[in-house]
Structures are given as C-alpha cells and as structure tokens.
Design a protein around this ligand. Structure first.
Ligand SMILES: Cc1cc2nc3c(=O)[nH]c(=O)nc-3n(C[C@H](O)[C@H](O)[C@H](O)COP(=O)(O)OP(=O)(O)OC[C@H]3O[C@@H](n4cnc5c(N)ncnc54)[C@H](O)[C@@H]3O)c2cc1C
Length: 1021
C-alpha cells in the first residue's frame, strides 16, 4: 500500500496563516482527477477553491466543514485505489460551534451544496437571488478576482450569448475591475446559459455571472437583474490587505461575536468579529446566501481603524454610487492616511533630459522612470515597503507605476517593470504597449498590481507645485510639478517607517543629477551651450594638455573660444615642469646608463661618460621654449583667443581675468595678483583645466625649507645648478621614482622614503615588486618603504631628514637637498567655484565621465578632477568635454587608460590588471613572458622585466597589458590599440608581427593564452 498523499491547507495569500473549511466539493471515496476542486476554504481575504494536482481517490481522515486548519496542515488525503480509502473524519475541535441556529443554517446550506456537489458555496448567492438555475450545470461563470484589491466587478459586455457553444479557454464576457476592463475566460466546455448578469450590473468577486450547461436544450436565457447582484457588494471593499492587516488581529483564540439578527455569518467571521469587537449586524455579507465572511469583517475593521478619530460629515442630498474605480481609489487613499508621511522637494532643470530623450526617441515618462530607477539603485530604501505588522519588504526590482488618463475619464496606473535592469529601448517599447491598453482599460493584473514606486507627473498640466499620496505597498511617491525659473520641483512624499529624511534628500539629489546630466544613461543631449549672448561660446581656463586639446577641438568645430592662461605660453605643467623636462633629464641619464651595455656588444672606450649640466639644461630649456612657442603659434593659428591672466568666477556665466601680475618667466609657475587690473568675460560654457600643483604635507620644517631650496618640488627642482651629491626623495610614486633614478644615474647618492609598504601603488603588483628589486640593485639608490618622515632641518648642502622606520625606530640621514614628490593637489579657492555653483569633493572638482561638473554648462578636465593625473588623460578629457559641448557622444573610460613610468626598466600599464578585473566581477586570466627570453632584449642586454596580457575569459578580449621592460614607452602603443579597440586574443594571435622585434611577443602570448583557455574549457566539460 502506497503512502497517502496529504491535501494540505494551501497558502492562498501571502498574509494567510490559517483557513476555514467552507465546503467539501467531493465526498470521501470520490475519484479525483488532476485539477479537480475538492473543497473551498475561507482565507483571510476570500473564499477560494482547493485544487488537487494528483489522480486518485479522496480519503479521510478529513477535516470537518468549519474547522480551522493552519496553512500546511493536512485537510484530507488522496490514495491510489478505492480500496485504500479511509472513511474517517477528523473531529473539528477548534472552531465548530455546534448547536447554534445560524451555524445550522450555514451548515445546511453547505450540506445542500455538498449534496449537489457541483455547486460551490459562493454560487449559492445566485440560487438565493433568483432561485432559478438551469439543469445540467457543468460550471458556473463567476466574477473573477483580477487584482488583490478587487472585490467586485462591473459587467461591461457579453462576448457570447446564452446558447452559444463554449470551448475551453473561450472569453465569454468583459468586466471592469477597479483598475481595468478585463476578459472573463471559461475553462470548461458546454453551452452558455442564463441567468446571465445584466450589463452594467455590479457583481461581487466570486458572485454568479452565468452558467455553462452540458447541452443546448438545458440553456435558459434569463437575465440576472442588477439590483440583485449589486445588493451583495461589500462595503469598504478596496482597502488593501496590507493596510487592513495592520489594524487587525488574527482569529486564533477569541470569543465569537454574537450572531447577527436575520443574517448569516460564518464561524470564522464571528470569531474575527469577536476578537476585533465588530458588530456583525452592521455588516453586509458577500458570502453564500449573503453570509458574512471573515473578509467582510476585516474590511469593516480596516476602514474603521483608518477612520478612527475622523468624523464623516453628513452631506445632504442623494449621492450617486461611486464606480468601482472611484471606490478603489477612495479606499486606497483613505487607508494611506495611516501612513506617517513627510515631504521633501528638490528642483531640477529638465532641459538636458528632455533634449536627450528626444534625440534618442525615448518618451519623457520612460526617461523619468529610468532616472528614478537609477537613483533608487543608489538609495534602495525608497523602493521598499512597510508590511503589517512591523516588517519591511526590501526589494531590488524597481517596478514604477505611472498614471495614464483612461478614455472616458479616470486614471489608470500601469507599471513599467524592471526599470533598474531593462535598457531604455526595452522600457520604451513596454511603455508604448502598456499605455495603449491602459487608455482602453485593457491591462492584465500583473500590469497594474504591486508597483514598488509611483510617479505622478502633473508638471505637464502646468501645475506649479503639488505633492501626492503614496499608496499602501509603496514607501514613496514622486510628484513632478512644472518647471519654473528654479527648475522643476520634484517632491517625494515618503513613509517615515521605511525611509528617513536624509535618505529621501539623497535620493532626490541623485535623481536631480541624473535628470540634469543624462548623457551617461540616455546619450548625447545636443550642444551644451545655452542660448544667450556671450563674449565667447566657451572659455577654457588653463592651457595645459587638458585645456589646450579641448580648445583646439572646439575651434575646429567653429566655436568662438578664449583660452585663459596664467602663464605666458601654453603647455601647462606637462611642458614647463613635468613630462617634457623630466624626460629630457631621463634621456641624458639613459645615455649615461646605456654606456654600461656597450661592452656587452664589444664596444669599448665609452664607459666613462661625464654629464655637462649646463649643456643639458640649455637643451632642456630650449626644447621647452621651442615647444611653447610652437604651441602658441598653433593655438592662435586655429583661432583660439589666448588671454594671459588668472581667471576666477564672478557668476555661472562670467569670469574675471586678473591681469595685475602677469608672469613673464615662462619657466616659473605663475602666482595670482591682487585683482586690481583685469577684465570680465562672459561665456556660454566654461571648461576648468587648471591642473594640480605639487602638494607638500605639513611635515615639521618642510615648508620653511622650501624657501631656502633645501626642499624642492616638481615646480622648483628645475632651478638646481647641478646634480646634488646626496639627494633625499620623499614619495615612491611615479615622479619620485623617476627623479630618484635619474639623479642616481647622474651620480647622486639617493635615499628614497615611501610611507606605504610598496612603491607605485597604482601599478600592477608583480610589476611594482620586480621594479623595486631592480631599483634596489642600483649602486647609489636606496629605497626604504613604510618610512614616515617626521622632520626636515637644515640648509641646502646640509639637510637632515628624520623619519620613523617600519619597526617604529627613529632614523635620519643627511643630504644636500630633498625633493618632495608627495602628490599633487588642485588649488580651488582662487577659482571662486561657489560663485558659479560648481561642486567639489575632498579638494577635487567633481565631474562625470563626460567631464560635466555639478553645473551642467561648466566642465572640468585633467588633474583638477583627480583620478589618473597624467597628461594624456587630461588631453582625452579635454576632447571629451569638447565633444559633450558640441553635443557628441564621447565619454572618458578609465578602464582603457594607460601610463608609463619612465624608470629603467620602464613600467607601463594599459587597462586592467587581473586584480582590478576581478574587483569589477570580470573573470580574467593573464599570461606573462619574461624579457630574458627575447632575442632583441638579449642583444641589447635589456633583459629585465616582463610583459603581461590580461584577457576576459568569457569574451577572450584583451582588457589589460602590463609592462616592465626597456622600451615600454613604444611597445605600449600596441597594448593601447588592443585594449581600446577591445581586440580578441585571436585577433592579436593572428596579426603578423615583424621579425625581429619585441612586438612578436604579443602574438606569441596571445596564442599561448588562447590555447590555455581552450584546454581549460575542454577539461571543465
Ligand atoms: C615631474 C613631472 C613629470 C611628469 N611626467 C609625466 C609623464 O611622463 N606623462 C604624463 O602623462 N604625465 C606626466 N606628468 C603629469 C602631467 O604633467 C599632468 O598630468 C598634466 O600636465 C595635467 O594637465 P592639466 O591640463 O590638467 O593641467 P596643467 O598641465 O597643470 O595645466 C594647467 C594650467 O592652468 C594654469 N592655471 C591654474 N589656475 C589658473 C587660473 N585660475 N587661470 C588661468 N590659468 C590657470 C596653470 O598654471 C597651468 O599652466 C608629470 C608631472 C610632473 C610634475
């Protein structure tokens, strides 16, 4: 004998914990087919069917009608053969009220229903109302519950007429719920028969609408009159379950309420009423024979709790009945009053978003939804909900409800689902489809039920300010008013149980940023220059690589551009105090260093080079001056108005150019004057490209020593009259290491102190480790990591550097000069950013990857926005800013940026390391080759180091190339192309590299990594 299958009390709603057996639709011993309904149970919301998904025979022990069974508890069994059927019935110990009149009435009604077997209790409503029912009923067509707030529906029309043959799945009628017009489908075959509910009549959920009978001759054509069916409409029906439950107690241990006079009430309803002190006489029942169900009691109690303390003023006159939709809105809004809400407003300028949405063919409503979703992803609590009692539903899916005016009046709120992950095109298509059907009220339940966030946009109706009421089940609603001079008010009304004021404010600020800077998530917004009359279309402040590249791109497109530079020539730090002069020194150091390799190739007599400092300096200065003059000539040639002076903001469309202290020495970093002489210039857009000077931390004695020349920076090291014999370098970043090794190659004894436990924090770990090893092998260079500098004392020629070593011991050394290479920091105060409304954070200007600042028409590029402080990064960002101003689609992507550290061997990187890729969730693999196996490297005796390729295992695209080798500065070009073009390993492997060159290594590595990936994938299978 096989194990009987337990039919368990199903959980028919998410708040249901127990159910009451209302009827048994099959008797013990009856043969059961998969899909049969065996019983009806009353849940906390409605009377619902219990369906069985197994063939067999219904068997006891069986729970008695009216008994309360916990969700998951067995109510009966299915056995495989008639012989195994048990006739046992389980005594109803908890809930049955024996001997009561009303109970007897209910029981007898159920008994009748049971005898008729095919007529469930809810359908008895019809029998009592009309007392006519056709013969041969196959099934009854009942008002379906098409949303969880629906308690009744209006019969809009019949798609079939009495006598029509009905096939399984046929749509027989249309009904209007509280949210939409929907189809009523039938899942049994037969003939449609009356009595059918009259068009326009209101039928409660589960109430009779018509019959399906076996044969055509059993059809009757009577009409079920509206008056009859409307009589059973439940009061306060649309109050959401969530709000009801909050004020409602479960009915597990209570004294039942007194029976209502002249009416019926189910035992469970009496129990719930007893517990919550509800007078059953005041309730109209929606159950069998108009019996009051627990759900009816809850509806009353829910409304009562909501209205507690509120007085409904009597209104004279004869009011019309509310429509289903009006009632639903009324009850939902009333129940919202229990929500402790507050309002927060932020203004946003919608112009850029409107332009971007138009340019990309996306509806503004969808763009707003997407902007909200992006902001919600950052501030998720806005999307959560309070769940009675004392629970918070935390959800990641962002499903946004947005009101649409329905044809013939009223609002429908379709839900745009998955706004957080779907792209704009997908959302736009979904919205078009939803809106079309919402207008005619033809939405399916999952298209309007359970939004996680709601947007109400009355801005398009010219409303200057409003707030909205959040509906239960959401924590917040966004009210969008029409744009005024301050922008468009965005008002959040939020449930304080779920989100606090700070969270809402932060959400609104993120939303504002998304709306005002939509390029990153919609696309280009068109030209950024606002309409107006300006002296210049664009003013670029700073003429380094960032400013100059930007200005040149802008004039190339015909814009009127002024480039303001505090220095007499363009080029910025890069030309005058950075990349170019340092590489001139490096080139001299290379010549000295390379002599050591000459003997290796049999070239002798060249091993004792002597540095002529003044000759080197003459060359260096000559290169800078020539390049500076060339640059200025070109800038003027391409019609950039070069204005010397120090710019600061007067307002968000004006700068003042201070010309009171014009620097004449092009090799000096200029300092601002007193502002007594200058001019004001107005602009449409501005680009801030003012760089970041060297930063010297507040170490005892360091700042004083800068005056004497004992402490040098990358601004002042160029004033040296010779290479110091003993040099201290503070800082193991790119600038510090380059300087340290250059001077050791020049003959200086160099001590470098680094506070962290490794040098070159931004460089791939293995590359940095190997470089440290090589540098430590240098004869006159000592690198000490984890060393904290404590003080600097003395004069040039005798400077004492005191520091604490890794073990905490105080140490010191003496040298002729110290170079501080302790980072670079923008100086923002003189720019008066606040006058233009440009934000900064931790000393750098905040800018998007389109280089827009917090002020949409003001941009910032290069060192002044932090990140990789490199000349080509500044140049790229300058071009990005220009493209964005011109309305083109171009963004800066740090994951494809690169850099070279000009030590020997050189360290270089393009894109991501394996570590960085993993942090971004990319499954990456790397391959490396040591330079010692390369023929060219062996010939020149430059065998130190390695090259690595990093690839995404899934796409097999190259996402990073890392170098520690001589000539990395030229080899890196191929790595740049691989990463920026997103080349696959196969493409690199199949490219023909010339022989004998070190570029052959790229092809070789790509082939090896490909082969490895193929083999590991095969092994996994
Ligand atoms: C020693 C050293 C070596 C370097 N080597 C390299 C290298 O090899 N490769 C590399 O890529 N990078 C290198 N760099 C970094 C590189 O120089 C910078 O990243 C780059 O110059 C930044 O460009 P930028 O346009 O942002 O700013 P900058 O080049 O600093 O230009 C900004 C200009 O704006 C001017 N300015 C500031 N305020 C105002 C104002 N209010 N009004 C008018 N003008 C103003 C400044 O005086 C300056 O001339 C090196 C830097 C140093 C110090």
């Amino acid at each position: 004998m096989s194990e009987p299958y337990a039919i368990k009390m199903p959980q028919l709603s998410d708040t249901m914990t127990e159910g009451v057996i209302v009827t048994w639709e099959k008797e013990i011993g009856a043969e059961i087919k998969r899909g049969d309904i065996v019983a009806t149970v009353e849940t906390d919301k409605a009377i619902m069917d219990v369906e069985v998904f197994r063939d067999g025979f219904l068997s006891g022990p069986m729970e008695a009608v009216d008994s309360t069974v916990l969700v998951g508890g067995a109510i009966a069994y299915i056995v495989v053969s008639a012989a195994e059927v048990s006739q046992d019935a389980v005594a109803n110990t908890s809930d049955t009220e024996s001997g009561s009149d009303s109970n007897t009435q209910t029981d007898s009604a159920v008994a009748v229903a049971q005898q008729q077997t095919e007529v469930p209790v809810v359908e008895v409503v019809a029998e009592s109302e009309q007392a006519i029912s056709p013969e041969g009923v196959v099934t009854m067509v009942k008002m379906p519950q098409l949303s969880d707030t629906m308690t009744e529906g209006v019969v809009v029309g019949w798609k079939k007429s009495p006598g029509d043959k009905i096939e399984r799945g046929d749509i027989v009628a249309e009904v209007e719920t509280d949210k939409a017009v929907m189809d009523v489908e039938v899942f049994k075959e037969g003939y449609l028969s009356g009595p059918i509910a009259e068009i326009d009549s209101v039928v409660p959920v589960g109430g009779l609408m018509a019959y399906i009978v076996k044969s055509a001759d059993q059809v009757i054509t009577d009409i079920l009159k509206a008056s009859a069916s409307t009589a059973s409409v439940a009061p306060a029906a649309a109050v959401s379950s969530a709000s009801m439950t909050s004020s409602f107690s479960p009915a597990s241990a209570s004294q039942p309420a007194n029976r209502p006079s002249g009416k019926k009430a189910t035992p469970y309803a009496r129990k719930v009423a007893g517990l919550n002190d509800v007078d059953l006489n005041a309730i109209q029942g929606t159950g069998p024979n108009g019996a009051i169900t627990a759900s009816d009691v809850r509806n009353v109690e829910g409304s009562r709790a909501t209205m507690r303390g509120m007085v409904e003023a009597p209104v004279p006159g004869d009011g019309r009945k509310m429509s289903a939709m009006e009632k639903a809105v009324s009850h939902s809004m009333t129940s919202s009053l229990t929500m402790p809400t507050f309002n927060v407003t932020v203004n946003a300028k919608p112009g850029a978003m409107l332009k971007a949405a138009k340019a990309s063919g996306v509806s503004v409503t969808v763009a707003i939804a997407k902007a909200c979703a992006l902001a919600i992803v950052k501030h998720p609590s806005i999307n959560w909900a309070y769940q009675p009692t004392d629970k918070i539903i935390e959800r990641n899916n962002v499903d946004i409800g947005m009101a649409v005016a329905a044809d013939g009046g009223g609002l429908v709120v379709p839900i745009l689902r998955g706004c957080e992950h779907n792209d704009l095109e997908t959302l736009n298509n979904s919205w078009k489809d939803l809106v079309g059907r919402a207008r005619t009220r033809r939405l399916k339940p999952d298209e309007y039920a359970h939004p996680t966030f709601v947007v109400s946009n009355m801005g398009m109706l010219g409303v200057s300010y409003f707030d909205a009421i959040p509906t239960p089940g959401t924590a917040a609603i966004l009210a969008i008013s029409s744009a005024g001079s301050e922008g468009m008010p965005l008002t959040i009304t939020a449930d304080h149980r779920v989100a606090n004021g700070a969270e809402v404010a932060m959400f609104l600020n993120t939303l504002k940023e998304k709306i005002e800077q939509p390029e990153d998530w919609i696309g280009p917004v068109g030209p950024a220059i606002p309409a107006g009359t300006w002296d210049y279309d664009v003013v670029v402040i700073g003429a380094g690589p960032g400013g100059e590249d930007c200005a040149r791109d802008l004039t190339a497109h015909g814009l009127k551009v002024a480039m303001i530079s505090d220095a007499p020539f363009p080029g910025g730090e890069c030309l005058w105090r950075g990349c170019i002069p340092s590489k001139a020194w490096r080139a001299a150091a290379d010549r000295i260093r390379d002599r050591a390799h000459d003997k290796h190739l049999g070239v002798t007599g060249t091993t004792k080079p002597v540095l002529d400092w003044s000759l080197l300096e003459k060359t260096r200065r000559n290169i800078l001056e020539t390049r500076g003059e060339m640059a200025l000539k070109t800038d003027k040639g391409v019609k950039i108005k070069f204005i010397q002076g120090f710019a600061s903001f007067v307002d968000d469309h004006t700068v003042f150019v201070d010309q009171s202290n014009l620097e004449k020495d092009r090799h000096q970093r200029p300092v601002p004057g007193d502002g007594k002489k200058g001019e004001q210039i107005s602009f449409g857009c501005a680009v801030i490209a003012t760089g970041a000077p060297p930063f010297v931390p507040p170490i005892e004695g360091a700042h004083n020593a800068m005056g004497s020349g004992a402490v040098l920076t990358s601004d002042t090291v160029w004033t040296l009259k010779e290479a110091p014999k003993r040099l201290g370098v503070i800082g193991g970043g790119a600038i510090g290491l380059e300087m340290a090794q250059i001077f050791q190659d020049f003959g200086s004894k160099v001590t470098l102190l680094e506070g962290q436990d490794r040098i070159l924090a931004e460089v791939e770990t293995e590359i940095a480790t190997h470089l440290t090893k090589y540098l430590n092998e240098e004869p006159r260079l000592t690198i000490i990591t984890s060393a904290m500098v404590k003080s600097i004392k003395g004069e040039p020629g005798n400077v004492k550097v005191s520091y604490q070593d890794a073990d905490g011991k105080g140490r010191s050394f003496t040298c002729d000069a110290v170079i501080f290479a302790t980072g670079k920091r923008p100086i923002l105060e003189p720019l008066a950013l606040d006058k233009a409304g440009v934000n900064s954070d931790k000393g750098i200007i905040t800018a998007s990857n389109r280089c827009r600042t917090s002020k949409a028409h003001i941009f910032a590029v290069g060192d002044v926005i932090g990140g990789l402080m490199l000349a080509h990064t500044a140049g790229q960002q300058g071009r990005v800013a220009a493209a964005t101003i011109l309305g083109e689609d171009f963004a800066y992507n740090q994951d494809k940026d690169c850099g070279v550290i000009f030590t020997r061997p050189q360290a270089g990187f393009v894109g991501l390391s394996v570590e960085q890729a993993k942090a971004k969730g990319i499954d990456a693999a790397e391959i490396k080759m040591p330079m010692s196996i390369d023929a060219k490297a062996m010939i020149t005796n430059e065998t130190q180091g390695m090259i690595k390729i990093v690839a995404d295992k899934q796409t097999q695209r190259v996402i990073g190339v890392h170098f520690l080798t001589d000539h990395a500065d030229t080899l890196i070009g191929e790595g740049v192309m691989m990463v920026s073009a997103g080349m696959t390993l196969e493409q690199v492997a199949q490219a023909i590299h010339p022989h004998p060159t070190q570029t052959e290594m790229f092809g070789e590595m790509a082939r090896r990594l490909l082969s490895r990936l193929r083999r590991t994938q095969k092994a996994k299978r």
